[in-house]
Design a protein around this ligand. Structure first.
Ligand code: SAM
Length: 275
């Protein structure tokens, strides 16, 4: 890849690191006391966990992610930020290696669509979150809800994510699953990020998303980014760019009862991601 390609990838990644301060704005909306234990699920390179550390004055924040490369990046960002209270561990969100009731809060930021590809998987994830939360604990869930995409360019970005690999759920589906497993949704809000990649950045985005699947999970049969770009390029160019991650939906829920044990539920686990 030439220097122009590398620069575009670096710049398009930096949009994601910042996302117009939306992580920080969301963490400020979490009503917590200091000194609590928080868990960040699908922490990626750790930005949401590090915001929690800054804003919530916790006792500890544990960020977990299935991908080792992301956990390593999170460690590096934590070092750069002189973090003292955040810990990052490679772990599967469906099998959290923690005792029940140990966390005061669980957060997850733009990871639901990566972790769960169908409704039974989402419900199973929420049960696991419910298990590790204490009674009355908070679940701060930030994700993309497809029905709220406003422009053709935002809709196209979701289509591309889904084509490469992502599950998206409507607010009603998320809310119903949360309530089924013992959460009460306290409020729902939207945050615009203002992201609009130009066509060259959109190309770098597609390459990054496709190649990341091999880097993170070792998938040899990842989609070929050139084929994905060829498929979507005309529409991206016609729209003048791609509004990726343009809107974040934030649901704040509280654990009001324990979930039923997993053994009582008939579940198809075939959609789970395995490293
Ligand atoms: C878009 S990234 C997360 C972004 C991050 N939360 C932030 O604030 O920037 C989604 C992450 O979910 C992780 N993930 C996917 N399936 C997972 C699973 N079963 N358990 C834990 N993490 C998972 C991916 O490895 C990826 O790093």
């Amino acid at each position: 890849m030439g220097e122009r390609g590398l620069r575009v990838i670096r710049e398009f990644r930096s949009y994601y690191d910042d996302l117009n301060g939306v992580r920080r704005a969301i963490v400020h909306r979490i009503p917590v006391a200091s000194g609590q234990r928080w868990l960040d699920i699908g922490t990626g390179d750790g930005w949401f966990a590090l915001e929690m550390e800054r804003v919530l004055s916790p006792r500890v924040v544990i960020g977990i992610d299935l991908a080792r490369c992301e956990v390593e990046l999170a460690h590096q960002h934590a070092r750069d930020a002189n973090s003292r209270l955040s810990v990052f561990v490679q772990m599967d969100a469906y099998r959290l290696g923690f005792p029940s009731g140990i966390f005061d809060g669980v957060g997850t930021f733009l990871a639901l669509q990566d972790i769960c590809l169908d409704l039974p998987s989402m419900r199973r994830l929420f049960e696991e979150v419910n298990r590790v939360l204490r009674p009355g604990g908070w679940f701060a869930l930030a994700t993309t809800t497809p029905e709220d995409a406003e422009t053709p360019s935002q809709k196209l970005a979701l289509e591309i994510y889904q084509y490469i690999r992502a599950g998206f759920f409507t607010k009603a589906e998320i809310q119903e699953a949360l309530e089924q497993v013992g959460f009460q949704v306290e409020h729902v809000e939207f945050y615009p990020t203002g992201v609009n990649l130009d066509p060259e950045e959109a190309k770098a985005f597609i390459q990054f998303e496709c190649d990341w699947l091999e880097r993170a999970y070792g998938w040899q049969n990842k989609p070929d980014w050139r084929a994905v770009w060829a498929r979507f390029e005309p529409r991206i160019r016609a729209l003048g760019g791609l509004e990726v991650d343009a809107k974040v939906t934030f649901l704040l829920a509280r654990k009001v009862r324990p979930a039923k044990p997993l053994s009582e539920l008939p579940l198809d686990l075939s959609q789970e991601v395995r490293a």
